[in-house]
Design a protein around this ligand. Sequence first.
Ligand code: NAI
Length: 705
Amino acid sequence: MSSLVTYKITGSVAVLSVENPPVNALSPGVPEGISAHLRTAAADPSVKAIVLIGGGRTFIAGADIREFEKIHAGETGSLGAILTAIHDLENCPKPVIAAIHGTAFGGGLETAMACHYRVAVAGASVGQPEVKLGIIPGGEGTQRLPRLAGIAKALEMCAFGDPVLVSDALGAGIVDEIVEGDLLTGAIAFAQRVAATPPPRTSERNEKLGDAAGNAGAITAAHDAANKRLRGQAAPHAAIEAIEAATRLPFAEGCKKEAEIFAACLSNDQSKALIHAFFGERTVAKIPGIGRDVPIIPIQRAAIIGAGTMGGGIAMNYANAGIPVLLKETTQEALDRGMATITKNYMNSVKRGRFSEAYARGRIALIHPQITWDGFDQVDIIVEAVFENMALKKEIFAEIDRVAKPGCILASNTSTLNIDAIASATKRPEWVIGHHFFSPANVMRLLEIVRGMATSNTVIATSMDLARKLRKVGVLVGNCRGFVGNRMFAPYCRESIFLVEEGCTPEQVDGALYRWGMAMGPLAVQDLAGLDVGWRIRKEYKQLEKPGVRYAELDSMLCEQGHYGQKTGKGFFVYDENRRASPNSDVVAMARDYAAQAGIAQRTASPDEIVERCVYALVNEGARLLEEGFALRAVDIDVVYLNGYGFPAWRGGPMKYADLVGLPKVFARIREFEKQFGHSWKPAPLLARLAMQGSSFSAYDRSKG
Ligand code: NAI
């Protein structure tokens, strides 16, 4: 008998406890165990009722997501056994009570809904979050949930995937009773009360369903809301369609419909992409060669140098994590300005209801503004966020080398400079690392952790751990120009500008990528970041530009006219005082003149070509980063793009997207671009090789070549 589900008898009640830590997922063996114990309980005349509970910290928190991956990989998976257990629960002749604590999500809630009653502790929550993985409930949840909670609630839960607290679930009819005190004791008492009553089946309850005509408005509204909140995603609409089936079909037929829709979702690339993104965040936390035995430095105090755009945001991250932080500037005026911005940001969050005022004040009190080095010898980490200038950074690192205590991490937030060169200003390069935050630093989840040549494993492991504490996704990257994210972003932006130079309007370029799923179009992003940033860097590195190679010019031309993007009110778009964008007709005229003078033929590009030009530029550079070892794995690149660049999770990230399109196809298109546009489209050798082998970025392991 399965050890994943235990069986015990208390008086006249059989207790089935799922023991599959950490979250009691419905892994192979769990549903089979439930079915087997149900048979035993049904056959035992002394058993009058059955309680299904989870051991440890939760009820069944969901299906085992690895099973979906197996199905994606063409293997069978074990979802059939879950449906069998669900049917066995509902058809059991004796009442079965689900006793819920922790979370009953996805398959967990579907299992509970197949039971005849549900009791829960006050802190528990229930939900159908499958859409977040690009699928819909596949254990008849789309047919049982509307029967318990009505169509509106089922639509909300299945189409958007947000969890529901037990108090709400009680009101909605999903849960029958909230247990005070010990859950098992309460559940057994409940079971004894209902033992003599014939068990009610959720599938036979139709009183909350209404009919198709009466629900049409709610269905349409749900589709509209999904279009807005989950733009581009198929699963929310699929979930709505399955629930709609419950309004017009008998239970068994509704379940058939759900099964068809579920299978279609599971074979859709969007579920492959979202499941890849889900596991990706866990994978990037694993660094080959750095095991659990590497000591982690407790970070109890921090210091930040520079209270500008980035320094202020970084200070907020530390304060939000409860870590006291010194914030140093050169002048009182700059310091006051920095603190005023921090206070304004917190108060905006208070206004929006995210924090209470007392909480915000408490966080601000953790940030200690100063213009001296006082206390820098006490901190566990110093993060430098001054102007992007090597001489200045070296000066600062030489100084912090003098003041910092031994064992203090010295981090730079540089976005382009060489970490090893910065580290060379200190006598302790093994303590130096890049912590590349993204703007706005208090909002964006990505933290690129840049490993220098000498950076120690302890400093890397502590940085990864600290990222989690700061509620960031830390991704370890190598020390090259632009690191992973910005190095790939450069060719992406270049192509977006080339397209305008070739005759597309900025609205066409950004529109195509926005509709494809990007959070913002590339030209609007450049306007937001400030066109002057790239323009200054370009002027500084002008001598590195190769003759005969085409470079994007329109952004520099805009800067020369004083148009830096949002900050000056004009860039690729024109901005009003609320930063709302409208077309800048000057850009089209500038592009026309420039193209004529540079001999660039103007033409229109289709939305598909726009997307391919920009996204394949990301892929090609990503392949180089991967082969050169600056990214540990393809998934690390994807996680960078999903968390720092507004790449849609349902496309998986640039490398997963290329895998899904198929590398031979991507490679062939890049070859065409190379013929058409020349050198900058030279295919990355790794892409060429994997495409020839019929392999994928996901399967590539650099250590094996
Ligand atoms: P910023 O110009 O807003 O802030 C820099 C601050 O450093 C200023 O307030 C300045 O007074 C202060 N500062 C200069 N010298 C100092 C010194 N010796 N001691 C103390 N403070 C000093 O610049 P921003 O945008 O915050 O950039 C800072 C760093 O972060 C740069 O290395 C930049 O490349 C990097 N970064 C910027 C991003 C962005 O989007 N702005 C994104 C990621 C990284």
